[in-house]
Every structure is written in C-alpha cells, then in structure tokens.
Design a protein around this ligand. Structure first.
Ligand code: FMN
Length: 338
C-alpha cells in the first residue's frame, strides 16, 4: 500500500464529508461542521493552512550537519519525531460513517505505536466515543494522551477517572470546545472555564495536564497559572470560531511568554515535515496533526498512519539537513522567513 492508495480508499469511505482534496486546506469543506471543515465561512481553517504555506525556509548547505537527529522527548517518552496525531473524534458525525469509531481509533493507535509516536484521542457529544477510545488504548496496551471536553467539572472529573484506566501519559482538556456546535446540536452544554475550574482539574490529576485551545499570550499565562504542564496553541482546526488568525501567526508571541514554563504544542494546517519544521522554528516544542492522520487511519488503518509518519520524518529530516539544524533543539527562528 502507498499513500496514494490510502487516500483513494479514504475518499471512498469518507465521502461526502471529506473529499480528500489534493490540498487539505479547508476550501471545499468550508462551513461543514459537522463534517471535516471549519466553522462559518471556514476562514480560521483556511488561514491556518494558507499562512503556514507563506512561511519559507532559509536554505543552507555549508555546514557540518550530516545526520540530523529528528527525535524529541515528551513526558519522559522519546519519539522519533516531535509529532502527535491530534485528537479527532466522531466517524459517525464527521467522517463518513462507514466504519465504527473503534475500528478507526484502533488503526490510529496501532499505527502510532508501530511508528513510536504517542496517539492522542478525544471526546465527543456521544460518551460511547471516549469509552471506545479508552477501551482501544487498554486493549492495545498503548499509553496515549486523552483529551476530554470542557464539561462541568463534576462530569469532567468522572471522565478523567475513566481515562485513567488506560494509564495515560497525560490528560488534556480542549477548552475551546465551548464553541463547538456539534455538542450543542446534540443537546450538550459546555461553557468557558474559570481559572478556579482549571485549578480544580489540575489538583485532581496524577499525570501532566494539557490545556488545548490557546490563541493569545494572555491565555497562555492563565493556563500556566492554572497549572498546565503543556498548552496547545490551537483554534481546533477552525471548528469553534470563525475569523481567527492562523495558529502559526500567533505562535511566536505565545512562545515568548510560555517558553520554559510549559511545553508548547501547536496544531492547525500542518501537513508535511516541512510544515512541522516551520512550527518548531516559531517556538513550538511539539506539533499535532489532525485531519491527515485521521484520513490515513480511515483509508489505511495502522499501515496508513505509519506511512504518513515515515513521510513526515523524511521531510523533517530533509528540512533540518538543508538548514543546518543538527537536532530539534537547534531549529532556529532565523531558519525561516515570516
Ligand atoms: C472531525 C474532527 C474532529 C475533532 N475532534 C476533536 C476532539 O475530539 N478533541 C479535540 O481536542 N479536538 C478535536 N478536533 C480538533 C483537532 O484535535 C485539531 O485541533 C485540528 O484538527 C488541527 O487542525 P488540522 O486538522 O488542520 O491539523 C477535531 C477536528 C476534526 C477535524
């Protein structure tokens, strides 16, 4: 199987909700939430993709870097690339409804394990989805990262207890899901969190706490004040609020205030290893990729996920070699133009 065949299969299984466009840029699916698109005009998703594409790399080939080291460590686990499949949930709601949630997430989890990367799994309007995600992690004996929706704290804390059964590496809350229409459509209410709410979650956790959905330096500082061990600079792939800037456009100012205080993750529009390099140069420690990992898991199961991870590694290595970056920590802002 190659990635082209995986894409073809994904298209068959995901139509009409995903057309597997040559460029996954949010144009064809704009406004399609539920579905794979961005909210409203789709501008937040489209911005993520198009602004990242505008960043260019400064090529250098007079240096002594011959074998760049693409590996990185997170929460005590070394990975071959600083890349995670982002939590993407809801085959029945968003992704064509032609396989079960369990089949999809099992492919994602197995492929991640085979490639040495940590899978992230999510939560949704239907509780059965997080239950399936946690059951699949347990069945495959894979330590992943579980993201829980910002339910009121009593429900959230009970889902944390459930998630802990899978011995997760960390637990996250995608706080920006208070803007997610699919939850409202299914009769669920989720609200913004107060600093006190977040502190209560942190106090209950025995594993690192990740807050996902940070788009300003001020919010990054509040997340750190709440006790976040890591933040994800994210606009939820453009699915929760129309007209937000690209995540790559806000990343460096957030990194300025958060670097060294919390691990900085980012997602939004990342498609290639070169895109990963750009995010690292802007100050991220690690990068999440949403739609492509989900598409390849649906089209090719574990093999599709590993083929994509291999491609990312080869592209990241190429970018590091041609910018003279010997390891992940050596990737510098001066290697890009933005
Ligand atoms: C269909 C779909 C479902 C998603 N489900 C979740 C989820 O359950 N939890 C979560 O934190 N984020 C969820 N996200 C957001 C992703 O984790 C991630 O932030 C986003 O997809 C990144 O943008 P990208 O797809 O352009 O890489 C979802 C995104 C999509 C497209």
């Amino acid at each position: 199987m190659n990635l082209k065949e995986v894409s073809q299969k994904a298209k068959e299984l995901m139509m009409p909700q995903c057309r597997m466009c040559p460029e996954c840029n949010g144009v064809a699916c704009r406004g399609e939430v539920p579905g794979m698109g961005g909210k409203g005009t789709g501008s937040s998703f489209m911005n993520n993709y198009s602004e990242l594409k505008k960043i260019t790399l400064n090529m250098r080939s007079i240096h002594d870097v011959k074998e760049p080291d693409t590996s990185a460590e997170f929460f005590g686990v070394r990975m071959p690339i600083p890349v995670f499949p982002a939590p993407v949930t809801g085959v029945a709601i968003n992704m064509g409804n032609k396989m079960t949630e369990r089949e999809y997430i099992t492919g994602l989890i197995e492929g991640s394990r085979n490639s040495g990367i940590i899978p992230m799994v999510g939560d949704s309007a239907f509780k059965s989805f997080i239950e399936e995600n946690i059951a699949a992690l347990k069945e495959k004996k894979v330590r992943g990262i579980v993201f829980i929706k910002p339910w009121d704290n009593s429900e959230l804390l009970s889902r944390i207890e459930l998630a802990m059964e899978s011995d997760p590496i960390a637990i996250g809350v995608d706080i920006d899901s208070c803007g997610l229409d699919t939850l409202k459509m299914h009769g669920h209410r989720v609200d913004p969190k107060t600093l006190e709410d977040l502190k209560e979650i942190k106090a209950a956790l025995k594993v690192p706490f990740i807050i996902k959905g940070i788009m300003t330096p001020c919010e990054a500082l509040l997340a750190i004040q709440a006790g976040a061990d890591a933040i994800v600079v994210s606009n939820h792939g453009g699915r929760v609020l129309d007209s937000t800037p690209a995540t790559c456009s806000v990343l460096s100012t957030i990194a300025e205030v958060a670097k060294g205080k919390a691990v900085i993750f980012v997602d939004g529009g990342v498609r290639s290893g070169v895109d990963v390099f750009k995010m690292l140069a802007l100050g991220a420690d690690g990068v999440l990729i949403g739609r492509p990992f989900a598409q390849y898991a649906i089209g090719g199961g574990a093999e599709g996920v590993s083929l994509y991870a291999d491609k990312l590694r080869s592209e990241l290595r190429g970018a590091m070699l041609l910018t003279g970056s010997k390891d992940i920590g050596s990737i510098e802002e001066s290697s890009i133009n933005y």
